[in-house]
Design a protein around this ligand. Structure first.
Ligand code: ICS
Length: 476
């Protein structure tokens, strides 16, 4: 029964935390819960410092600012300012796709770094920064701007990237944007999102070429075009009769950031990473915003109707046509894959949005989410999550490598959906796994285009015959 399951999982939590020293156990206990009847004890502490010594999967402020928010802006040269490693190891991993001529008006596939050396740490890196900004713009004269993403040492030695940026901006007649996203700031990539949002607000927003706002103009906020997601989202909105003029920041241009407020409505997919700027645009320019979710036909339907209700009868009629056109196709996808996936369980662990946003897509396939958690969500994200979960679901915040491994071994899901750091741990156990950050080199997963791919990928992972012939080395 559900009651027994809930009790069993609560006991699992106690057993797993048993190994920690008392202080660590007390801390971690607050971050883990099982959804019980009436949510009597399902509040989860979040957005707090990881216990030193415990293995976290979190990233840093630089990851949140450069990798997530700024990196996908394609016509800007993004300089990873500091030692080479941060830029090198974050190069190309996130699969934020962008159209355009590479090296002409699309610099997304490139890595620019100031490659700090000891002498730069000792004598300061400002001169070098000035030189490389000039070099980058000489090499790529079509770049519409330059962003400077600070790595830790730049903040530690007190370099003045703001004055370099101001000077170079005047000289080059281009926006040069300093982003103070040193990795040591904050406790996860979440602060990096905020810092990156603030840099857009301070340096770009409202400074673009004037533009009339059409009555159906909308912006997509917080879709980074992972594996083509934003293109799939845009397609639905356009078929509804809406005009997508900005995407933040998947396949994005500098001008889209400057003119983000010049729309009738901002549609926000990833609330965690961009709620700051959406609120700012509303407060300052009166641009309204609302959340939506394009994962799986059930959520897509809800979102399409909610979005259309903000406009007129014409858009509502088009929305109904979109539903009428695509829902039979999605029904076919469900008929194909649901028999292979019905009743299968999945445990998720991703960043700040997907652990709740993707639940509906699994449920469309008959699957059940038995555990889920975020690396860096805030309390409002957990509040939005709880209604989406079934009683008995295990919820874990900033789960440690040890805890996740133990939880998975005890709950025995049919599939784990998480990131590259988790993938091989579980695959070596003989457990089906899908990367839910990068879509495992697949995608898109958003929209009507994405759902068939999502369904196929989950089936492929769970029902691959490989699992019959694989056993963890220690299980032999
Ligand atoms: Fe938002 Mo990986 Fe997004 Fe989310 Fe964010 Fe990150 Fe990725 Fe993950 C992200 S912006 S990079 S939806 S595209 S930082 S998958 S919160 S952790 S769940």
């Amino acid at each position: 029964s559900i009651k027994e399951t809930t009790e069993f999982r609560k006991q699992v939590v106690e057993d797993v935390l048993e190994v920690y020293p008392e202080k660590a156990r007390k801390n971690r206990r607050q971050h883990i819960a099982v959804k019980d009847e009436g949510c009597a004890s399902c509040a989860v502490k979040s957005n707090s410092k990881t216990v030193p010594g415990l293995m976290t999967a979190r990233g840093c402020a630089y990851a949140g600012a450069k990798g997530v928010v700024w990196g996908p802006v394609k016509d800007v040269v993004h300089i990873s300012h500091g030692p080479v490693g941060c830029g090198y190891y974050s190069w190309g991993n996130r699969r934020n796709l962008a159209e355009g001529e590479i090296g002409v008006d699309n610099f997304v596939p490139f890595l620019f770094t100031s490659d700090f050396q000891e002498s730069d740490i000792i004598y300061g890196g400002d001169k070098k920064l000035e030189t490389i900004i000039q070099e980058a713009v000489d090499l790529f004269p079509n770049a519409n701007g330059v962003s400077i993403l600070s790595e830790c040492p730049v903040g530690l030695i007190g370099d003045d990237i703001e004055s370099v940026s101001r000077r170079m901006s005047e000289k080059l007649k281009l926006p040069v944007i300093p982003v103070r996203c040193e990795g040591f700031r904050g406790i996860s990539q979440s602060l990096g999102h905020h810092i990156a949002n603030d840099a857009i607000r301070d340096h770009l927003l409202g400074k673009g070429p004037a533009r009339e706002v059409g009555k159906y103009d909308v912006g997509i906020i917080g879709d980074y075009n992972i594996g083509g997601d934003a293109w799939a989202s845009k397609k639905i909105l356009e078929e509804m009769g809406l005009n997508v003029v900005n995407i933040w920041t998947g396949d994005s241009t500098l001008e889209m950031l400057q003119n983000g407020h010049l729309v009738k409505l901002n549609l926000i997919h990833c609330y965690r990473s961009m709620n700051y700027i959406a609120r700012h645009m509303e407060d300052t320019y009166g641009t309204p915003w609302m959340e939506f979710n394009f994962f799986g036909p059930t959520k897509i339907r809800e979102s399409i109707l909610k979005i259309a209700a903000q406009f007129d009868d014409y858009i509502m009629e088009k929305a109904q046509q979109v539903l009428a056109k695509y829902e039979p196709q999605m029904q076919k996808v469900i008929e194909t894959y649901r028999p292979n996936l019905d009743g299968k369980s999945v445990m998720l662990y991703v960043g700040g949005l997907r652990p709740r946003h993707i639940v509906g897509a699994y449920e469309d396939l008959g699957m059940e989410v038995t555990g889920t958690g975020y690396e860096f969500a805030h309390s409002e994200d957990y509040e939005k999550t709880l209604p989406a979960l079934k009683e008995g679901t295990l919820i874990y915040d900033d789960v440690t490598a040890f805890e996740l491994e133990e939880f998975v071994m005890k709950l025995k899901p049919d599939l784990v959906g998480s990131g590259i750091k988790e993938k091989y741990v579980f695959e070596k156990m003989g457990l089906p796994f899908r990367q839910m950050h990068s879509w495992d080199y697949s995608g898109p997963y958003h929209g009507y285009e994405g759902f068939p791919i999502f369904a196929r990928d989950m089936d492929m992972a769970i029902n691959s015959p490989t699992w019959k012939s694989i056993k963890a080395p220690w299980a032999k």
